[in-house]
Design a protein around this ligand. Structure first.
Ligand SMILES: [Zn+2]
Length: 422
């Protein structure tokens, strides 16, 4: 059967004009919609028996979470693909952003409507749902997608290319040009049991970010310069993380990618406002040590710090000794809790776990270790490198390097320190 015959059949079934039905069908077929789906779509649109009138057409900027269903005309900026588990089934969905002259909106398409970035579309009967406090369009089986009569003018860049510094959690369908800086294979317990993944760090001229490849590719090897298309970004350990899926494409670049040399120096206030930053440097003064510094005990099951042999998750446990520092650092713009692991703690303490344990035994007091460390750190200016994350309890900087600073401490921090010491 050709389009003509399909159109004739439909037009006769629905009692509508054949030329209109044929135009509808051709429109859908142009988007590689299979003929059966295209016919169903036309049936729904034209033969609905008046049960669901076409919802009002709205500008993207005018859409609120109070809208039920809408019709919009916009341009496709980005389109990402991934598989999600939904009610026990793996579904391939498309996500990205539409724009018109008034603004942008995120969308999730629960089936493949065949559109691509740069296409101008009229999307009929799209559902509006709230996602992360913002309205988002849901394109489902009741939604129709057709080429718009005219190209939609937008102020936004079409396509997903972004520098790393502009990526944030929730981004979909992004493309990056990066150098792989670190990579290692891992086995994790995922929703389908043991899963092989590759984790690491990539960089470009603007920033470095961690990545996870859920379909581990050997091409993501340290030193490789790559264009990576169709990634999504989510927050992991408080910072944006790039996720590669089976739909992501990786292409070697012939030109080397310049990577930011060192961790960029940031103000605490700036890093907190951004909601978390990977591999940055903060310069400030240590105001005091927090509880849970020095000689501590961790749950052997989950690694959480235990107090009075009680783990929050595992009840009474036989804790394992460890060293840690939680220091409050002030740079004049704000404060951050700097966390030093066992190695960095040993370096500032000037001894390892065994030294700490014998000091505690000699003094018959575990706290001597924290007191010793506080004596050497509090009041000093330090340069701290690590990833800064923010949660309801404040900002935390998990240090990868911690060194005395030659730079003059910030004025504000000095003032704060003076207050603390009074
Ligand atoms: Zn535990």
């Amino acid at each position: 059967m050709d389009v003509n015959s399909h159109a004739e059949e439909l037009a006769s079934d629905l009692g509508v004009d054949k030329a209109e039905v044929k135009a509808d069908l051709e429109n859908l077929l142009e988007y590689s919609v299979p003929i059966d789906e295209a016919k169903q779509s036309v049936r729904r649109e034209r033969g609905g028996g008046g049960s669901s009138p076409t919802p009002e057409s709205v500008d993207l900027a005018g859409i609120t979470t109070d809208h039920g269903n809408v019709t919009v005309t916009g341009r496709v900026l980005t389109r990402g693909t991934r598989t999600i588990r939904y009610q026990g089934d793996d579904l391939t969905i498309h996500e990205g952003e539409f724009a018109d002259g008034t603004g942008t909106i995120s969308y999730t398409a629960w089936q493949d409507f065949g559109f691509e970035p740069d296409d101008s579309l009229t999307v009929g009967n799209a559902g509006v749902r709230e996602w992360d406090g913002e309205p988002e369009l849901n394109l489902n089986e009741s939604t129709t997608v057709a080429i718009a009569d005219e190209s939609v003018a937008v102020d936004h860049e079409v396509g997903g290319d972004r520098p790393l510094v502009d990526l944030s959690a929730g981004d979909r369908g992004r493309n990056v040009a990066v150098r792989v800086l670190e990579a290692e294979d891992k086995t994790i317990s995922g929703r389908d049991g043991e899963t092989e993944i590759r984790e690491g760090v990539v960089g470009d001229g603007t920033a470095k970010l961690p990545f996870t490849d859920w379909d581990p590719r050997p091409a993501l090897d340290p030193g490789a310069d790559l264009r990576i298309e169709d990634v999504y970004v989510r927050e992991f350990r408080g910072v944006p993380s790039i996720n590669l899926t089976e739909f992501t494409t990786v292409t070697p670049l012939s030109d080397p990618v310049d990577v930011v040399a060192d961790a960029p120096r940031v103000d605490v206030a700036e890093a907190v406002a951004s909601g978390g930053m990977f591999d940055v440097e903060v310069l400030g003064n240590v105001l005091e040590l927090r509880d849970g510094s020095g000689l501590i005990e961790r749950c052997p099951e989950c690694g959480r710090v235990v107090q009075n042999e009680q783990c929050r998750s595992h009840g009474e446990v036989d804790g394992e000794d460890d060293l840690r520092v939680k220091a409050i650092l002030d740079d004049g713009t704000g404060t951050v809790t700097v966390v030093l692991d066992d190695e960095l703690t040993a370096a500032v303490y000037g001894g390892g776990l065994d030294d700490a344990l014998s000091a505690a035994t000699d003094a018959m007091d575990k706290d001597v270790v924290a007191k010793d460390i506080a004596d050497s750190l509090v009041g000093g200016a330090y340069r701290v490198r690590g990833s800064l994350s923010v949660d309801e309890y404040g900002a935390t900087l998990n240090a990868t390097a911690f060194e005395p600073a030659d730079d003059a401490p910030a004025e504000g921090a000095r003032a704060a320190l003076a207050e603390v010491r009074e």
